[in-house]
Design a protein around this ligand. Structure first.
Ligand code: SF4
Ligand code: SF4
Length: 216
């Protein structure tokens, strides 16, 4: 899931300063799951904005914002409603969803979140980064654990040697992911895999912007 963090309200207010009527759009996919940009947060932010003198012309969510083109006309029509009733739209969707809204309206679109990373949800209260979408997945060779995203040095052929008591030398609050990989491969009786050299990553596979084309 793409994770986001709500920007400080002062920053949102500053970005919206040139406008008076604001329509707030939340996203129920990543932003909503993170509790940082769903409909609930959209109403909360709208309340703050009203206290700062803005007129709120609406607070809605089309459900998934980055799949706008797939939504039925009633969900999509809220974008047009926002455009016709407001000076600006405040979007709490991730960077992708917010850009898609901006492509579909002729008024300014301001983001209320910082888009963070692709992560997994833990205990319903925090998210860990698990993937940086490198475009060349190596986890079949590393016990299903990603050393690209989960090792701060993105080392794909074993640890740097700096770990202390199994903790990462860059960030001692996290385990050295290579310990996890070794343990996992041991559990799977696949330690031999560690002798295979993973080809150095070809970062041309992650040159932006990328495109995925669906086959018929
Ligand atoms: S190897 Fe690349 S694609 Fe696979 S999980 Fe890690 S970052 Fe994501
Ligand atoms: S200690 Fe482990 S996780 Fe940390 S940078 Fe070195 S190899 Fe990567």
């Amino acid at each position: 899931m793409v994770t986001v963090r709500l920007k400080p309200v002062e920053e949102i207010v500053k970005s919206l300063k040139p406008y008076r009527k604001v329509f707030v759009i939340g996203c129920q996919l990543g932003s909503g799951r993170c509790k940082n940009g769903g409909l609930r947060e959209a109403f909360k932010v709208a309340g703050y904005l009203e206290l700062h003198g803005f007129k709120i012309s609406g607070v809605k969510s089309p459900g998934g914002t980055c799949i706008l083109e797939r939504l039925d006309s009633s969900d999509r029509s809220l974008i047009k409603e926002a455009e016709s009733s407001s000076d600006a739209i405040l979007s709490l969707a991730c960077g992708a969803g917010t850009q898609l809204i901006a492509e579909n309206v002729s008024i300014p679109v301001v983001t209320g979140v910082n888009t963070l990373f692709i992560g997994v949800e833990r205990e319903r209260k925090y998210f860990d980064e698990y993937c940086i979408a490198c475009g060349e997945c190596v986890i079949s060779e590393t016990g299903g654990i990603c050393p690209v995203a989960r090792c701060p040095k993105s080392l794909v052929n074993g640890p740097c040697g700096g770990a202390i008591a199994g903790k990462c030398e860059v960030d001692p609050s996290i385990p050295c992911i290579w310990y996890r990989i070794e343990n996992r491969l041991r559990e799977l009786c696949s330690l031999e895999t560690l002798k295979k050299r993973v080809p150095l990553k070809d970062y041309r596979a992650s040159v932006y912007p990328r495109r995925l084309v669906l086959e018929d």
